[in-house]
Design a protein around this ligand. Structure first.
Ligand code: FE2
Ligand code: FE2
Length: 489
């Protein structure tokens, strides 16, 4: 059947004809597979809910087969491809995606292809077997799988093994380019808005909303690249990159905490504007390297409520960004309300304020600013936020943040037991390997610097099962003349 296909797979034609359809139909397939798995687990096969779910699934698969003449479902790292089109992951289908991916992974499978249209019974047998195997927690070679299914009278599926993780370099490269564009544009627009607030000019929230939307979309699509760019931390552009970084961290964190896309837009806007009050603080105070007077501190401590005023003045045709005002007001209050401003009446920091406080605390402490020439290592900052209750961060949110960044966050310089130096590139795709991120080796064992270096996965083991490389400690990149941001552009 597939031999009669005229469209080159993945070629230009596929982009125009099949892509939009496949995105939608592929999602439907994911949702119906997930739905079927759920009812199969709950009810006996003859139950009406099971029959209905399997019929829906057969229809969803049938629609793809009818139009495409083929149906291939492939899992790769954290992505799902249907007929080579990558499905977009968003918060609505997050549970379905992760459940299907983890079931396939636990069974030792990476893909399945329907040779002909599978019936409801074919799906029932296939999915039941998958779930039983995943529950047993034992991978099975593909040949055994095929034999087992054939034994149950199901021959309509062809199966494939899991793929190695970094298979799609092209995709990664494109994601990286897109992230760089989003980041640069966000910094530019933020600069424009902050400067016009400083000059007392009218500003458009619309523009900044679009920036936030592109950050949210990018993070839902592929978060590693954008998180990597937060390490650039340009000293001269601190005010603007800080706002953008806090927005990126907050959105990525909010996503982990299960916020909806609309909530992420609101959160992102609030995060981007959290320090907007600083544009009403004299530049002479903001740029002081040392010797801040009491008056200077009073100016700095006023930025939360100055922010509320600045946002209030931004109203116009648009709705007032109430949530952003609350975050601007509360982000330094601390969970125990010992921060500033001191509230008159008892209150609770809102969830958005607590998220932004964590993102803000992390970015500020790892950046080098006028009054902080040596930044702390990201790992040390995280540990402090977690272990010192007086810092006033919400422990659950800090935990989520550590899960997001890994124990060694992206951009940390680490020394390995091979005496190589490396920079943390991405947290491990395996949640159980928080201390074994993917790193870029930037010097050999004798201290010769390498550029751009090469990526290695610290979870990699030798044939005897020992780890090839392990982090001994973190270190200050300046000691070695390394500029971390250089390795992320
Ligand atoms: Fe602030
Ligand atoms: Fe801040």
């Amino acid at each position: 059947m597939s031999g009669a296909r005229l469209t080159p797979p993945g070629g230009a034609l596929a982009d125009f004809s099949g892509d939009g359809f496949l995105r939608k139909a592929g999602r439907q397939l994911v949702v119906t597979v997930h739905g079927a798995m759920r009812v199969i687990r709950l009810y006996p096969p003859e139950n009406e809910a099971v029959t209905k779910a399997l019929d829906d699934l057969a229809a969803a698969a049938g629609a793809i087969l009818a139009r495409e003449q083929e149906l291939e479902f492939r899992a790769s790292a954290e992505f799902i491809f249907v007929n080579a089109t990558r499905l977009r992951l968003d918060l609505d289908n997050y549970a379905a995606f992760s459940q299907i991916l983890s079931t396939l992974r636990a069974c030792g499978l990476g893909s399945f292809r329907a040779i002909a249209a599978p019936t409801a019974r074919d799906w029932l047998v296939f999915l039941s077997q998958l779930m039983a195997q995943a529950k047993a927690g034992e991978e099975l070679p593909v040949a055994d799988w095929l034999e087992r299914l054939a034994g149950a009278g199901v021959t309509v599926f062809d199966l494939g093994p899991p793929q190695e993780v970094p298979q799609d370099e092209d995709f990664q490269q494109r994601a990286k380019e897109a992230a760089k564009r989003t980041y640069a544009q966000s910094v530019a627009v933020t600069k424009e808005v902050i400067n016009s607030v400083r000059m007392g000019q009218a500003t458009s929230i619309k523009k900044i909303k679009r920036v936030v939307q592109s950050i949210v979309d990018q993070i839902l699509n592929e978060e590693t690249s954008l998180l990597g760019l937060t390490t650039i931390r340009d000293y001269d552009e601190y005010t603007f990159t800080h706002s953008v970084n806090v927005c990126i961290f907050s959105v990525a964190l909010g996503r982990r905490l299960g916020l909806s896309k609309l909530q992420l837009y609101d959160l992102g806007l609030a995060a981007l504007f959290h320090d907007i009050g600083k544009s009403r603080v004299p530049l002479a105070v903001l740029n002081k390297a040392e010797g801040l007077t009491d008056d200077d501190w009073r100016w700095l401590a006023a930025h939360p409520w100055l922010g509320v005023l600045a946002l209030f003045h931004m109203r116009g045709q648009q709705e007032l960004p109430y949530r952003a005002m609350i975050v601007a007001f509360e982000h330094h209050m601390k969970t125990d309300l010992t921060g500033y401003p001191r509230p008159v009446r008892p209150r609770q920091q809102s969830i958005f304020s607590r998220i932004v406080a964590v993102a803000d605390g992390f970015d500020a402490a790892t950046s080098r600013r006028a009054y902080q020439t040596v930044p702390l290592s990201p790992a040390a900052v995280l540990a402090g936020m977690r272990d010192n209750p007086r810092r006033g961060f919400d422990p659950v949110i800090v935990k989520g943040f550590i899960n997001l960044l890994g124990v060694f966050p992206v951009g940390t310089l680490v020394v390995l037991d091979t005496f190589e130096l490396a920079i943390v590139h991405a947290s491990s795709p395996r949640p159980e390997a928080l201390s074994r991120p993917i790193v870029r080796v930037v010097s050999d064992a004798r201290g010769n610097l390498l550029y751009p270096g090469h990526l290695v996965d610290l979870a990699e083991t030798t044939s005897t099962g020992a780890y090839r490389r392990t982090i001994i400690k973190t270190d200050n990149p300046e000691r070695y003349g390394i500029n971390i941001g250089d390795y992320f552009v």
